[in-house]
Design a protein around this ligand. Structure first.
Ligand code: PLP
Length: 435
């Protein structure tokens, strides 16, 4: 078993990218390597370097790179000339996916959702959810939350908090009210109470909402966690107001927080759920909007997209659900690993001389080090040591760990050891003084 990364020395020539690729590229700037192959938690670059991936395509590779079961299913399907593209025609690949989703995910959880295949990106699933909520309720306003992230197309971007991202829109982003997320004013203020008071006050100026759009753990927004009580209160409030509850589970879903859906622990049943990122299990583009059957008032083709039937993604998604989710053993593994992760991060945070605190839930945890500068120095030092890891939060102040859910415990611990080294290097000489 491989346990240690071996980063390549020196910087490769990236002049081709500088000359031909737009300035809009981002991750490649902090990690200027040219990657060629990957398996499990490992990525290999063109110079023989080997890296441990604690970014996992921002939670798109929950089962690691090129998982053999998924890869074999896809290779077999292609080898047999399976349909690659079919618009939204019926295909055996789609049938197998719908059947597996129903049998393995929906039925055991008592969920009766209809599945809508949108264009293949997460933002498209969010657009579909917003359109449907507005169509069903006849209302325009949507309640979104501070630090929420929902995608880059205009409807989803209007629900996204980040000013830098919003600035790219070039037109007004409207019909959304950004309300304080759980904990926004500290532990003593229940922001759901504040929202409730305003929604019930006919003179508050808040229009009746079509939907509440919420992440249970804010992936890009800094790993803020909504408590089960807060989520239940928000769900109750949506119902009372005749609004639909949309849970954006694009990053937190597919097992990232421990259960298949991130809202399971709260015991709520959203009216609409969006999934994407790890849904295909192999990094293939695939997004899905799930909703209560009685909400299905779409006209045929009213929201469509050329790539709604990504059959290769259907094949790998089906294999992933079958392999990882038919029994509870994978979930048990993830829970144990999450415990290891939390414990080790707690040790690292306690040894920091600067105030540092753990955030997040499940395999979606990180350390808030108080400044983007420090967090970026830490992730930079980690990359020099062969660990791929990113920041999150409004000021990039959270070092965010998104290791594959399938990572062996020993490799996870090795990665966290490297992370601790990076903390030590970035905080020198003060790291460890507080231990
Ligand atoms: C990544 C993400 C999106 C957008 O998905 P894309 O595939 O990038 O369009 C939406 N919501 C959440 C919570 C996300 O993490």
């Amino acid at each position: 078993m491989k346990t240690s990364p071996r980063p390549s020395a020196g910087r490769p020539d990236v002049s081709l990218y500088n000359r031909l690729e737009s300035r809009v590229r981002s991750y490649a700037r902090a990690m200027p390597r040219e990657f060629v192959t990957a398996e499990g938690p490992w990525m290999h670059d063109a110079n023989g370097g080997m890296y441990l991936d604690f970014l996992s395509g921002c939670s798109t590779l929950n089962y690691g790179h090129n998982h053999p079961v998924l890869k074999d299913a896809l290779l077999r399907y292609i080898g047999e000339d399976g349909i690659a593209h079919s618009l939204d025609l019926h295909t055996d690949a789609k049938a197998a996916f719908l059947d597996e989703l129903d049998r393995t995910v929906l039925q055991p959880r008592g969920l009766a959702y209809k599945a809508m295949f949108t264009g293949p990106t997460g933002t498209n699933a969010v657009e579909a959810a917003l359109k449907l909520a507005r169509k069903v309720t006849g209302r325009q306003y949507v309640i979104a939350f501070t630090n929420g992230f929902h995608g880059m197309t205009l409807g989803a971007l209007a629900c996204t908090g980040n000013a830098g991202k919003r600035g790219g829109a070039g037109v007004p982003l409207s019909h959304v009210s950004h309300e304080p997320y759980d904990g926004y004013f500290g532990p003593d203020v229940n922001t759901a109470d504040l929202l409730e008071q305003r929604l019930k006050d006919p003179s508050s100026g808040l229009d009746a909402p079509a939907a509440f759009l919420v992440e249970t753990v804010q992936g890009e927004g800094g790993l803020n966690v909504a408590s089960p009580e807060w989520l239940r209160q928000i769900a109750g409030l949506a119902k009372e107001q005749g609004a639909l509850l949309i849970v954006d589970d694009i990053q937190a879903g597919c097992g990232r927080t421990g259960t298949f859906f991130s809202f399971e622990q709260a015991g709520i049943i959203p009216d609409i759920v969006t999934l994407a990122k790890s849904l295909s299990g192999m990094g293939l583009p695939f997004a899905l909007t799930l909703f209560r059957p009685d909400l299905d008032i779409w006209e045929p083709g009213e929201h469509n997209g050329t790539f709604r039937g990504n059959c290769h993604a259907f094949v790998t998604a089906t294999a992933a659900l079958r392999h990882f989710w038919r029994t509870g053993s994978f979930q048990d593994d993830v829970e144990r690993r999450s415990g290891l992760l939390g414990k080790r991060l707690g040790q690292i945070a306690a040894r920091c001389s600067e105030p540092a605190r753990i955030k997040g839930r499940g395999m979606m945890q990180g350390i808030d080090v108080g400044s983007g500068e420090l967090a970026t120095a830490i992730t930079g030092a980690a990359f020099e040591r062969g660990l791929i890891i990113e920041t999150s939060g409004p000021h990039d102040e959270v070092v965010k760990i998104l290791a594959p859910l399938t990572i062996e415990d020993a490799v996870l611990l090795r990665g966290l050891e490297i992370l601790e080294d990076a903390f030590r290097a970035a905080l020198r000489p003060a790291y460890g003084a507080a231990a």
